[in-house]
Structures are given as C-alpha cells and as structure tokens.
Design a protein around this ligand. Structure first.
Ligand SMILES: *Cc1c(COP(=O)(O)O)cnc(C)c1O
Length: 394
C-alpha cells in the first residue's frame, strides 16, 4: 500500500471481513458452469456434491471435528437459534436456559423471545460480568439446576474480544446432563479450537467473519448429541437441515477455513502485535481514554477503547473522513443513543460507554495503517472535546 489515504483503512473485521481473493476464486465456477444440484443422480450434480464434502472436511479440520458433525446453515444467527431450539425440543419438560448478559443479539434476542412469546414459559438466567467483562464461574455453577435445558455461552465476545472459559463450563454442564452451546463466530479462525476432547454439544460459526462469504454458517453437532432440525425439508445435510445447498458459499467457506488454519500463527503473532501497537498508541496518545475488556484473555485482533466525554458516532464520522472504518459501542443498535448492552453489563460509566470505539484487525492490516490511525485519532478526539459540554479537561 503506497498511500493509505487513497484507500480505506479497514479495522471493522468483527462486523464483517473482506472475502479473501483465494475464496472468491474457488467460488466463481459455482456461480457459472457448475450449477448442478448436489442431490441429483447424474454426474454433473454428483461432482458438486463431492466439492461440498471437501468443504465440510476443511471446516471440520479447522475446529477439530469430524465431517459428520458439521452441518451447513445460512448464517451464524441460524446456527445459534437451531442449537437452542433443538435443545428445548429434546427436553420439553425442562424450562430453564443459562446465558450471559453480553451475548450477541443472535442469542440475546432469541432468549428474550422465548421469555416473551411463550408468556414466560421459559426462565432465562443471564450471567453477570465484572468490570473487565469476565464471567463468575461460581455464579454459573450455582445456576445449573435440574430444570436447566441448555447453557449458551459465547466463546469470544464480538465487542470486547473477551474469551470465556467454555471448555470448563461445558464439562460442568455435561456432568449434570445439561446441553452446552457456544457461539464461536468470533473465535473461529482467530484462536485455535479443538472440539475433539471437549464436552461442547453445539457450536456456531459464520463464513463472513473469517474472510469467507456472507450468508453461510455452520452448526457443529457433537456425535451422539440428540438433534431436532430447525428447517425440516429434503434430505440435505442428512435430513438435519433442509434446503438446496448454497454451493458457492459452502465451497468458499471451506477455502476460508483452510486459509484460517494456515494464518492462525500470524493472527496470534503479527496481528496481535499490530493490535497492541494500536492500543498502546491510542491509550498513551489520548488523555482520559480507557480499555474496555480483559487485558489478556482476549482475541488477538480486537481492542475496544473509550474516549471519555465524546460521542462514539461523532468520532466515527470524523474517522470516516480519514477513510478509517471501525465501530462504536452503539453500532449494533444504530439509530438509538443507548450505549451497548455489553458495556452497560460491565458497568462502564455513561460518559465512557458513549465514546467507545471498537477496532478489529485482520491479517490484511499493515503497520503503516496502525501508525496512520494512531496519528489521526488524537486531533479528532481533541476537536470533539472542545465542542463537548461535558468536557472539563484541557
Ligand atoms: C456476527 C456474529 C453473529 C451472527 O452471524 P451472522 O452470520 O451474521 O448471522 C453471531 N454471533 C457473533 C458473536 C457474531 O459476531
């Protein structure tokens, strides 16, 4: 990159990622000549079926699963809903769900619906988090009861990057006959996962968060775990998810998983160093700024920083003029001025929660981009503070 100002500086990878050029390349034939239906009896369709099998194996390899444990869905949100609803149908007599206060809306809204739409037939425990956004394992243990159907705990948080001890939590659930689901959409491809010897029953992932295409996800279902399909239909996915396969996206996701495995080392060294350089540069370059999230138990690509007494949306607009893309704490609920439910759960003060910005990097970021952002941010914050009625600093 010769001049970053001519291009965008993309630091919003927890919202979505660039589709890797290698992924685009493997997808193109399925948008053209290779339009066969994998369920057809003729060779033309059968070949496509073979390519889906290859993709399934690549996904399985990345997460330490077997191909039979992988079913393709339309997105991470579908995978989350499918897992939780399957558990409820498996144990219709049980009525209690455990989750956290910091889940992605895919799980959060489903649980709210389950309470509201069913007239509180279901009871939901939402685990608290501390000031650094971490869960209290004792509170979790105490919440596991005879009536609990499933615990759904995200592997890594999309806003702070915090990583939760799901391996241990899954074992605690299993010992009591309770199913365990994890939304691993942010974890897959960023930290190594190996499901082989874990007690996790269900895991969700999504293509577009790991340089794959949008509109394709995966639900991992542990061998032996009882499963009730969300979309009955044809015999696709061995009768576990109806609907003709989104072949191009599935093949693309397979490639993305292969690339993620190859880039894992770099993600945890070079990308992490870039993230740390950005974080240190911003925290030292801007007065009254603070990190939201855990200092170490965190994804290598994410940093969430509050700039006190300024508005996140205003900061983003100014960053946008410098072609820098990131998210604010209220990005998910755009249009409302409510700060993010994650930062509120952490007890981040109002003045800081409003001015929070999430930077999420990828292997496509460069050191030059980091230095550019570290240079551009302090004057933006200074300018906005001068206009802020709350700012009493210098
Ligand atoms: C993006 C995201 C989802 C939703 O995935 P989609 O494929 O966009 O439906 C779910 N959970 C987390 C943690 C996410 O970051």
């Amino acid at each position: 990159m010769t001049n970053v100002r001519d291009e965008i500086v993309y630091m919003d990878n927890n919202a979505t990622t660039m589709v890797a050029p290698e992924v685009v390349e493997v997808m193109i034939p399925y948008l053209g000549n290779l339009y066969g239906n994998p369920s057809s009896m003729h060779t033309f369709g059968g070949l496509v079926g073979q390519d889906i099998s290859d993709a399934r194996r690549k996904v399985a390899d990345l997460i330490g699963a077997t191909p039979e444990e992988v079913i393709f869905t339309s997105c991470g949100t579908e995978s989350d809903s499918t897992a939780i609803l399957s558990a409820l149908r498996t144990f219709p007599e049980k009525r209690h769900i455990i989750t956290t206060r910091v889940e992605h809306p895919a799980v959060k809204s489903l649980c709210e619906n389950l309470e509201m739409v069913t007239g509180h037939k279901y009871r939901v425990t939402r685990l608290k988090v501390d000031a650094e956004g971490m869960i209290d394992i004792d509170e979790y243990e105490a919440a596991l009861t005879e009536d609990t159907v499933i615990a759904s705990i995200m592997w890594a948080n999309n806003e702070t990057g915090n990583i939760y001890p799901v391996e241990k939590m899954a074992t605690m659930a299993k010992q009591r006959g309770i199913l365990f689901h994890t939304d691993a959409v942010q974890a897959v491809g960023k930290i190594p996962l190996d499901l082989k010897n874990l007690d996790i029953d269900f895991l969700s992932l999504s293509g577009h968060k790991l340089h794959g295409p949008k509109g394709v996800g995966v639900l991992y279902i542990k061998r032996g775990t009882h499963f009730v399909p969300f979309l009955p239909g044809g015999h696709q996915e061995h009768g576990r998810r109806g609907g003709t396969e989104n072949v191009a996206s599935i093949v693309g996701l397979g490639k993305a998983c292969e690339l993620a495995a190859a880039n894992m080392e770099e993600e945890n060294t070079r990308v992490k160093r870039l993230r740390d350089r950005l974080e240190e540069g911003l925290l030292s370059g801007v007065s009254q700024s603070r990190l939201n999230g855990h200092k170490t138990d965190r994804l290598p690509n994410t940093t969430n920083i509050s700039f006190e007494f300024v508005e996140g949306e205003a900061i983003l607009l100014h960053m946008n003029q410098h072609k820098i893309c990131a998210s604010s704490g209220s990005a998910c609920t755009s249009g409302s001025l409510e700060p993010s439910h994650v930062l509120r759960a952490m007890g981040v003060p109002f003045t800081a929660a409003h001015g929070s910005i999430r930077f999420s990097l990828s292997t496509y970021n460069s050191e030059e981009e980091i230095d550019y952002v570290v240079e551009k941010m302090p004057p933006i914050i200074e300018l906005l503070r001068k206009m802020s009625p709350f700012w009493k600093g210098n």
